[in-house]
Design a protein around this ligand. Structure first.
Ligand SMILES: NC(=O)c1ccc[n+]([C@@H]2O[C@H](COP(=O)([O-])OP(=O)(O)OC[C@H]3O[C@@H](n4cnc5c(N)ncnc54)[C@H](O)[C@@H]3O)[C@@H](O)[C@H]2O)c1
Length: 265
């Protein structure tokens, strides 16, 4: 029963941020469950590498370049997926960037850039996908929030504000499109080892400083009752669940795979 509910055969998924980390893992897991996946990223070579990895593993995927901060580009991404594959069942809005600065030191352009990618990019993806899915009468939209929604974090105002806006977008859209058979949920990950967090210990040539990695992860591990940080599949499995019929009674929800760091109501 559950195996059948998780089966995505015949479904078409668009994944933004598919070149790296959580987006790449989500694209791979959705394809593993049978979906045809459009791997989209501003890093075109990275998106192509993900699509190739999927194909090498026996799945079906294409790659496309997109800057999610452009409404026209995201509209074209969704239109292209529908033109190529005939439908759109899953829209995973995962592309995002990190930015750290105190409120006092935040420049106008910092705030604009983070909101453009981390909120407006998700909004563009939601709007374009919802237009198709409402017409279709089915679909699942998954937005990437963050554990940053649940706490005050120094130097993370731009990032946290964008992610809180993603939560409100998720809940609002869920109420609007639910009657048309479209579900909208978000995932709020804890601390996951990806390119985003890896910038703390990865040199420009890609070499990793293992001591630095352990030092950066140590305080994050202490925050978790499980005494661990996450890996991309801890999040992509949640994305896959929300994408599938196993989550057909789930909408407007924020899933928090975070090792128990935050336990809000
Ligand atoms: N890693 C974590 O600990 C963590 C925790 C909470 C939430 N998140 C969220 O998960 C998502 C994925 O992050 P990640 O950790 O995998 O980071 P990552 O840096 O490994 O991947 C992010 C991807 O987004 C792409 N991207 C950035 N700007 C883009 C744009 N304008 N258009 C298209 N693609 C763009 C990048 O090229 C990259 O491939 C982000 O939304 C992030 O905020 C990550």
């Amino acid at each position: 029963m559950l195996r059948t509910a998780l089966d995505l055969s015949g479904r078409v998924a668009v994944v933004t941020g598919a070149a790296s980390g959580i987006g790449r893992s989500s694209a791979e897991v959705l394809a593993d469950l049978g979906a045809t996946v459009v791997c989209a990223d501003i890093n075109e070579a990275g998106a192509e590498a993900t699509a190739k990895a999927i194909a090498d593993a026996g799945g079906v995927a294409t790659a496309t370049a997109v800057d999610t901060s452009s409404a026209a580009a995201v509209d074209a991404l969704v239109a292209g997926a529908v033109a190529d594959h005939g439908r759109l069942d899953v829209m995973a809005n995962i592309a995002g960037i990190m930015h750290s600065s105190s409120v006092i030191e935040t420049r106008d352009e910092d705030l604009d850039r983070v909101l453009s990618i981390n909120f407006k990019g998700v909004f563009y993806g939601c709007r374009a996908a919802a237009r198709v899915m409402v017409e279709q009468g089915s679909g699942s939209i998954i937005n990437m929030a963050s554990g940053a929604i649940d706490a005050g974090n120094p130097n993370l105002l731009c990032y946290s504000a964008a992610k809180v806006a993603v939560v409100q977008l998720t809940k609002t859209l869920a109420t609007e499109v639910g009657p048309s058979g479209v579900r909208v949920n978000a995932v709020a990950p804890g601390w996951i080892v990806t390119g985003m967090t890896g910038r703390h210990w990865t040199a420009e040539d890609g070499t990793e400083d293992e001591d630095r990695k352990a030092a950066v992860a140590a305080p994050m591990k202490r925050l978790s009752p499980l005494r661990t940080v996450g890996e991309p599949t801890d999040i992509s499995y949640a994305v896959a669940y929300l994408a599938s019929d196993a989550a057909k009674f789930m909408t407007g929800q924020i899933l928090r795979p975070n090792g128990g760091v935050n336990m809000p109501w």
